[in-house]
Design a protein around this ligand. Sequence first.
Ligand SMILES: Nc1ncnc2c1ncn2[C@@H]1O[C@H](COP(=O)(O)OP(=O)(O)OP(=O)(O)O)[C@@H](O)[C@H]1O
Ligand SMILES: [Mg+2]
Length: 331
Amino acid sequence: MLAQNLLIVLFLLSNITLASGFLDVLAAVGSYLVNMYLERDGLLPFDTKRLKADLNKSLFGQHIVSDVVLKSVSSFMADRNPNKPLVLSFHGTSGVGKNHVANIIARNIYKKGENSKHVHVRVPELHFPPGEHSHIYSAKLKKLFLREVYWFPRSMFIFDEMDKMDPQLIDTLKPFLDYNARVDGVSFRNAIFIFLSNAGGNVIVETALDFWREGKTREEIRMNSKELETKISQNVLNDKNSGFQHSSLIDHHLVDHFIPFLPLELKHVRQCVLAEMVHLKMTEDTDLADKVARDMPFFPEKEKIFSVKGCKSVRQKLFLYSDEELLFQFL
Ligand SMILES: Nc1ncnc2c1ncn2[C@@H]1O[C@H](COP(=O)(O)OP(=O)(O)OP(=O)(O)O)[C@@H](O)[C@H]1O
Ligand SMILES: [Mg+2]
């Protein structure tokens, strides 16, 4: 049976070869299959209003981030002929929403959001652990960029814990992020790179504390307040513990925006608890949300203004306070 089928296929193929050229047909079939693959996991029609609404609804206490992300992503998506890929660098202490915002951007660009085949997340400790030579990682990265962007120019690359990445490896990224970036015939001008790191977190916290001490509201903090953006890039560039140190990405101004994530206050943590309740399909309970939020650690020790862990482990804390019924739902 199998042999019979094979014969039929060979017969058909030989006819096709004679009729129109086997290679042409193969190329057409290949391109059809690739299109099918990309269609199933493609782009959403981009909608600035939808991104704005999503940021308003799902991101708490990060007015600078909302503003810069909305403007930079929207203008980049609308630009038919950008001169370089979009490169955003997110900075801030733990649990303030860096991964959360990367996911918000992804779900406004790709049908499958962060789970799209075109969103590539790399975590240095996981993907480039020390031990192997960095030139091997470097070669792997180049291959990944070229392959993915060749097939799908609007690919997204997220580098988490960028401060733990080997500086040599960071320098590998340079040609791909540059103006009019074209590497081995592949144009990178439609790609998106997002770097996440805790580097610069202390500068951001200091600025936020200064504002608080001066009696100003947090909303008054702007991207250029007390030269915040410049201070972050300087701090990141000079930090001995940061992979960015002396990195050519910063020297060559290839990062479009260094975006500061402010430390979160009690009211934001409370909002995170309420959001978690909705996520877990619990009835919203503001008293319980308040209790859970207050149970999180805050700093400075005396004034207790900012949450040490941001909104991290809010769900775990919520479970501690919830009745057994809720727990059984998940066990
Ligand atoms: N500003 C925020 N608004 C809404 N939810 C938030 C915010 N910050 C954090 N969260 C919630 O807390 C979770 C943890 O935050 P996230 O992973 O984004 O922190 P991070 O800044 O990446 O921290 P780390 O530096 O430790 O990796 C998110 O999945 C989200 O549910
Ligand atoms: Mg993170």
